[in-house]
Design a protein around this ligand. Structure first.
Ligand code: SAH
Length: 335
């Protein structure tokens, strides 16, 4: 099997093919998303996550509507044309509150796409957010294996509901993103094969993957972290499975490797999500230990990021960065 029997030679072949496909669809362009972490209050108890409700050590915060809008405007001025609102499942953010924020961002930041990453909600709720103007929704499936899902989440949460949410998001018309952690506790190669199969069948527009990193106040505090080697390997495979997918080089990858961004892009990723949250929020949005929050991880340093990308032959672009079409007939028999 492709994962179990991987070798550096196979990794290189897959990487070359992934890069060839990404260049065919997106050239050397790297899309940016400005990430705003709106709240670390969460009603869920995901065992891996540092902001889960059982963590009494977590210093909770919630940005005000005004703060969120100001971050978005700041990002807009820097040049971002996609704003991502991510947070724990915080009951404060009702449909009404989120819809209001969406409309205000749309009004103040013309031509900007809004991506939401606010967890599981009802279909009616997703519909309202979509009608208010949200364009995309990220909801990692976390694992495509039900038994594995149940080992990562408390009983209250259900694999079926997560999958159902993803289906609903797609039906409504959101550009939808799924994804999973690499090297999460109890994960087997078979689980990963299922994740890849799921991506192939579900055909998401986006897919977020990054290594699992333990957080000290969670039940998985002493588990092993995932590796950059397997993460980049899987990034290449995902690019090959769906050549036009929007695929970020994630903060988690950049946290375990100093040049994680570069490694991700060179493996076939085409999106980077710098952090636009206020400094204090960045520190408190502790999904895992040691989260990279400064340097090129922060939106203020996009100039540096531009240079880093240039050095490896890529170019940061300031547009919405929507998914493009992939046409097989464009292949000119190059393999
Ligand atoms: N509440 C939202 C956003 C979750 S945070 C939701 O449910 O979708 C975004 C992602 O961070 C999660 O989907 C998870 O895959 C990842 N994450 C959480 N804890 C992590 C950890 N310890 N290591 C690596 N990634 C983690």
């Amino acid at each position: 099997m492709l994962i179990k029997n991987r070798t550096p030679e196979i990794a290189e072949i897959l990487q070359n093919e992934a890069v060839r496909l990404r260049k065919q669809v997106y050239g050397n362009e790297v899309f940016l998303r400005g990430l705003i972490e709106i709240s670390n209050y969460c009603k869920n108890g995901c065992y891996y996550c540092g902001i889960n409700c059982a963590n009494k050590e977590c210093n909770r915060y919630r940005l005000t509507e005004e703060e969120i809008l100001n971050c978005a405007i700041e990002g807009y001025k820097i040049g971002f044309r996609t704003i991502v609102l991510q947070g724990g499942e915080d009951n404060f953010f009702t449909d009404e509150v989120v819809c209001d924020i969406i409309r205000k961002i749309k009004k103040n930041c013309p031509e900007t796409a809004i991506t939401l990453s606010l967890g599981e909600r009802t279909k009616e709720s997703y519909q309202k957010l979509y009608e208010a103007g949200a364009d995309r929704y990220l909801l990692r499936h976390e694992t495509a294996d039900k038994a594995h899902y149940e080992r990562l989440h408390p009983e209250k949460m259900s694999f079926e509901n997560r999958m159902n949410c993803l289906k609903n998001l797609k039906e409504i018309g959101f550009a939808t993103g799924c994804g999973f952690m690499v090297g999460s506790p109890y994960q087997t190669e078979e689980n990963l094969a299922k994740d890849l199969k799921f991506i192939e069948e579900f055909q998401p527009q986006m897919c977020g993957i990054g290594p699992f990193i333990p957080q000290k106040n969670t039940v998985f505090a002493n588990e092993e972290k995932g590796t950059a080697e397997l993460t980049t390997y899987l990034l290449s495979i995902i690019r090959i499975i769906k050549p036009n997918i929007l695929l970020p080089a994630t903060t988690a990858l950049n946290t375990i490797e100093e040049d994680g961004r570069v490694m991700g892009i060179l493996a076939g990723a085409n999106v980077i999500m710098p952090n636009l949250s206020p400094k204090t929020a960045r520190e408190k949005y502790n999904l895992y230990d040691g989260k990279a929050i400064s340097g090129e991880e922060s939106a203020e340093e996009v100039k540096k990021l531009e240079k880093t990308m240039e050095k490896i032959g890529y170019r940061v672009v300031y547009n919405r960065g929507d998914m493009r079409e992939y046409r097989k007939e464009d292949e000119n028999g190059s393999i």
